[in-house]
Design a protein around this ligand. Structure first.
Ligand SMILES: CC(C)(COP(=O)(O)OP(=O)(O)OC[C@H]1O[C@@H](n2cnc3c(N)ncnc32)[C@H](O)[C@@H]1OP(=O)(O)O)[C@@H](O)C(=O)NCCC(=O)NCCS
Length: 166
């Protein structure tokens, strides 16, 4: 199945599917469909979807923080449950890096999300880039509200020129 996957920037028509993947993950924050549509419209160059025979099976949403134009901050990455553990998340992030060609990739992760930590470490290893996972929280649990966990910053890079070239 993984070989038949097309990686492409999302359009607003993918918003409903991205929201469903977020909802079904039971891990990701679920935002409004409007929000996903807006990200696809305004941040297409820093977002990516994976499309298989059954439709959208993974997505990544990111942006470059205005103060850090060399950094692609990945806000959400999600893979359909049935497709997890088959290298799809890693391929999607690498496709996103090759599309946008940042010097650094960042994301925040709850320290108990082993799948996510391993995903970003695996991307760093594949692209022969350094990575750090910050000890101090990027957002404390109190910042994020009731029931939420602290999020720590994963930073990967700098990427070598050839690793971000298709
Ligand atoms: C995190 C997530 C995107 C990973 O996608 P995936 O396609 O399953 O990951 P991959 O198959 O590409 O694996 C990448 C690496 O992570 C590791 N990994 C994947 N799932 C794992 C798990 N459940 N536990 C531990 N490690 C895991 C793999 O072994 C691999 O490491 P390796 O290259 O050293 O072997 C996916 O599990 C998911 O959608 N989870 C729910 C949403 C979420 O937590 N998103 C991240 C926060 S924004």
């Amino acid at each position: 199945m993984n070989d038949q996957i097309l990686f492409r920037p999302p359009t607003s028509r993918d918003a409903v599917a991205m929201r469903i993947l977020a909802r079904d993950s039971q891990v990701l924050s679920v935002n409004s469909t409007y929000y996903y549509a807006l990200m696809a419209r305004h941040f297409q160059a820093t977002c990516m979807v994976a499309e298989g025979a059954g439709g959208i099976c993974a997505y990544g949403i990111g942006y470059c923080p205005p103060e850090q134009p060399d950094t692609l901050f990945v806000w959400q990455v999600g893979v359909a449950r049935a497709a997890q553990g088959q290298g799809l998340g890693k391929r999607l992030l690498i496709a996103l890096i090759q599309q946008q060609r940042p010097d650094f990739l960042e994301a925040t992760i709850a320290p108990d999300n082993r799948a996510s930590i391993n995903l970003f470490r695996s991307v760093a290893r594949q692209l022969a880039a350094a990575h750090t996972f910050s000890k101090p929280a990027f957002f404390d649990a109190e910042d994020l509200g009731a029931g939420e966990k602290a999020e720590h910053l994963m930073r990967i890079g700098p990427f070598a020129e050839q690793s971000t070239t298709k």
